[in-house]
Write a protein that binds this ligand. Structure first.
Ligand code: ST9
Ligand code: ZN
Ligand code: ZN
Length: 356
């Protein structure tokens, strides 16, 4: 354990050592004592491709024209219209069905937050095979592209935030960063820069590659068949209500909760850790996205398993990962020390922490 971290402050399964061997967006604050890294092969290696690359420059000249993808525009419009209709079926649904919808929302959310995001995109903790299988299954329930594609886009988002090489570049406005980026072809720089990322850890993870190979079937089963079948089969909910609420409405809500991290949490809120970057601490998003709205912290220290300075505070995903550690299914959670966070607040923060 590093000398500046008090002994006994972290429960078993938690470490700070790897966190200190990495650089962070706009500075070195995560590297109080940078040590040479031992790069291991495959899933064990240290991952650094989620760190901001200040050397990238957007190409000069006119931007490429937007190419609309009409299939996505039509499908997303239909999905959202059906979700609005589904809201009106809530009063006629059984209470058990509504609780089931909440459970499905939470599970699919964890498939994104604890799975695609904190585990596979950032390698902020390690997960055993059974946990990875479980996370891949609930990730398919969220239907947000397969884990490999999600993590590839997400690493390029961190590395080239708010530039042409960022898939959901928030400097193109709220609509583009929220949903618009899924309705047009990607900027060529996203693909060009993304192809330079090291994705060997994802390629070496059999669970990730299996999910990618069988993605369509897994989505049909986990996103659109299992959630509505349970209320219909077990407590006699009408299939119509079941499908609209457990599949359509729940999926639409998960999508929008996730997209708010890209849009609202890149535009509204304080920047206590780094005032020079766009991502913000947004309490509204934190609540709806199972603890993922501490986005100024997250872009400053992307390897922190809690994606927040504050451990469990409003952070359901952190609670889930802690539980997995307790059960022996997860380990090696990386956490930035209080001292490093404080130093960073003082050096680059907006001062908002002084007022609470
Ligand atoms: C969805 C994803 O919603 C949401 C992600 C949100 C991320 C949020 C992050 C926030 C932090 C975490 C918070 C979580 C909170 C959760 C809260 C929960 C309560 N690098 O993509 P294509 C190459 S999905 C390298 O087709 P086009 C590659 O060779 C919703 N290479 O580009 C690729 O082929 P392949 C449902 C790259 O043609 C090829 O290019 N899904 C990269 O421009 C073609 O790629 C949809 O709606 C890269 N980054 O089309 C579908 N990218 O993949 C949406 C591409 O075979 N997608 N390449 O290797 C599409 O239809 C298309 O991607 C497109 C672009 C039209 C958007
Ligand atoms: Zn991230
Ligand atoms: Zn972001």
């Amino acid at each position: 354990m590093p000398a500046h971290l008090p002994e006994g402050k972290l429960p078993s399964g938690f470490s700070t050592t790897t966190a200190f061997a990495r650089t962070t967006q706009n500075g070195e604050a995560g590297t109080a004592k940078a040590a040479p890294m031992q790069e291991a092969e495959g899933p064990e290696r240290e991952m650094t491709d989620d760190l901001f690359d200040e050397s990238y420059r957007e190409k000069e000249g006119p931007k490429p024209a937007k190419i609309y993808v009409w299939r996505n525009i039509i499908l997303m419009s239909l999905l959202h219209l059906s979700a609005v209709y589904a809201v009106f079926t809530i009063p006629s649904a059984k209470v058990l069905t509504l609780l089931w919808v909440l459970l499905c929302f939470t599970l699919s959310g964890l498939g994104i937050t604890a799975g695609a995001h904190r585990l596979w995109s950032h390698r902020s903790y390690k997960a055993s095979l059974p946990l990875r299988i479980f996370l891949a299954i609930i990730n398919s329930m969220a239907f947000q592209n397969d884990i490999y594609e999600w993590a590839r886009d997400h690493r390029v988002h961190h590395k080239f935030s708010e530039t042409d090489a960022d898939p959901h570049n928030a400097s193109r406005g709220f609509f583009f960063s929220h949903i618009g980026w899924l309705l047009v072809r990607k900027h060529p720089d996203v693909i060009e820069k993304g192809q330079l990322l090291d994705l060997s850890d994802l390629k070496a993870d059999k669970v990730v590659m299996f999910q990618r190979r069988h993605y369509k079937a897994s989505v049909v089963i986990m996103c659109f068949l299992v959630p509505p079948l349970v209320p219909w089969y077990f407590w006699g909910e009408s299939y119509f209500n079941s499908f609209l609420l457990a599949a359509i409405l729940r999926y639409t809500l998960i999508l929008n909760a996730t997209w708010l991290v890209n849009s609202a949490a890149h535009m509204y809120g304080y920047r206590p850790y780094d005032k020079t970057i766009n991502p913000r601490e947004n309490p509204f998003v934190v609540f709806g996205a199972l603890g993922e709205g501490f986005h100024n912290f997250h872009h400053t220290f992307p390897f922190d398993y809690s994606a927040s300075e504050f451990g469990l505070r409003w952070n359901f995903t952190t609670g889930f990962i802690n539980l997995m550690c307790y059960l022996g299914l997860a380990s090696d959670c990386k956490k930035v020390s209080k001292e490093v966070v404080l130093a960073r607040r003082i050096r680059t923060g907006d001062g908002s922490h002084k007022t609470g």
